[in-house]
Write a protein that binds this ligand. Sequence first.
Ligand SMILES: Cc1cc2nc3c(=O)[nH]c(=O)nc-3n(C[C@H](O)[C@H](O)[C@H](O)COP(=O)(O)OP(=O)(O)OC[C@H]3O[C@@H](n4cnc5c(N)ncnc54)[C@H](O)[C@@H]3O)c2cc1C
Length: 473
Amino acid sequence: MERESVVIIGGGLAAIRTAAALRHAGHQGVITVVSQESSPPYDRPPLSKELLTREQPAWLSEELGITVETVADHVFRGTTAQTIVPITTRDTSPATSPTQHTDATDRWAVTTNTGHVITATHCVIATGSTPTVPNGWENVHTMRTLDDAERLRSAITNASADLQVSNSHHIATNAPSQGASIVIIGAGWIGLELAGHLTHHGHQVTVLESGPSPLWRQLGPTVGQRIGALHPDVTLQCNTIVTSVNKQPATTRTCVTYTQAGTTNTVTADVVITAVGVRPATHWLATPPEGSSPVITREDGLLTTTPTGAVHQHGHTLAGLYAVGDCAIRYDNTWGDIMPGHWNIALTDPERIAHDVLGIAQPASTTPHVFSTQGAHHVDVFGVPHLANEVIFREISPTSWLAAWLSPNGAATALMIVNSPRDTSAARRIFRNGPISIDPRAFADPTIPLKNVALTNDKGVSALAHRAETPLS
Ligand SMILES: Cc1cc2nc3c(=O)[nH]c(=O)nc-3n(C[C@H](O)[C@H](O)[C@H](O)COP(=O)(O)OP(=O)(O)OC[C@H]3O[C@@H](n4cnc5c(N)ncnc54)[C@H](O)[C@@H]3O)c2cc1C
């Protein structure tokens, strides 16, 4: 019997990890990777955190210790997948495919913009997402790829250089260097990371956010306001609706118009960055070849997947089709729906797909984990913050605190750590088996070690008893 084969669409973290996890789990069949980007896989988080200080990409081959070529048989770079079609009868397509077989099992055929037709028993969609740019916005930068980072870095560097020249004409005034003026539209994770990094390097940053606080969609407004307070050097304008972004005639500057509390305002900047969100790179699935059905996504473009990463639509699972990373929402038996957009998911979820392809037991559930570095501040979130839940805080200092999201039954579904590295490993341990009941009074008291606030430990023994043995003061 012929070995199973896998075609992976995408060239980022989720794609390389899927190929590596398949090999690690014992897959011996052919693996083909189709990657739109021409460069080898690189890590995206440093792009926003080290934009001005790191010009060389953080290659995933160095971070993971593998190259795609060592785990995949065929790697098509600079190649875009255009359609995916299930083949349920004997495959008689011409021998242009590196993974062509003629058995009668269900297979998937992927066509590319370069005219290749790649067939395989399993197909993994790992196409990530692309930044949203509202129609008509001119002269705006996005932050997703190496090319985006390169363009943004040179725009900021050029603007700073122009300011130095202009300042040198006014040397008698002894005017201090002001840095470039930068407007960031959107105070989500990436907007705030850029804001923190760029102010840290002396630039003047204004952030325009449509909601009541930074990160309100992800963490709710109460926690979001506290995150905003970590950035006193950023001019933060919330409840703003940007109505236009236009290149200013005869200058290199860009003009942003927005309304706030019924008033229209304008701000002009050397550089404007849009960080208003992303859209899963799944649009191409909607237009299959004539006679075939499309792979269905949610309205927001996400592919819905089961705990193993299999694509699920209209109440049934599509055999042999998987999605992972930023283009997929996965239902987890422990945590429920896990929204994508975070590095850790793209790192760990591929293992589930590999085990499913090989028919071996699923790995243990991993705790969702988001990390973020915003200038000098570091944030970790473990678990899933449910915004309807009560949030309680643990104050360590004005810039160091923890937040816990409590469900009505007292279980903490998420724990956030701001600038407190010693609590990060304790939080990881507390959440290793899923949501857990915590003692709110103990949580609010920073003198009680975080590991002692859980009411049950992994053996199901009451931690209250454990705490009784532990001097609390
Ligand atoms: C600037 C930045 C900073 C970040 N910082 C953090 C952080 O601090 N913490 C955190 O948890 N997460 C962070 N993230 C998110 C994290 O990097 C992503 O969740 C992760 O990279 C997702 O990996 P992926 O492989 O799913 O998608 P991607 O890395 O986007 O890879 C998808 C690949 O598929 C390719 N592709 C798309 N369509 C096609 C097609 N039709 N055919 C072939 N190839 C295609 C794309 O070109 C791309 O190379 C950050 C993201 C960015 C952009």
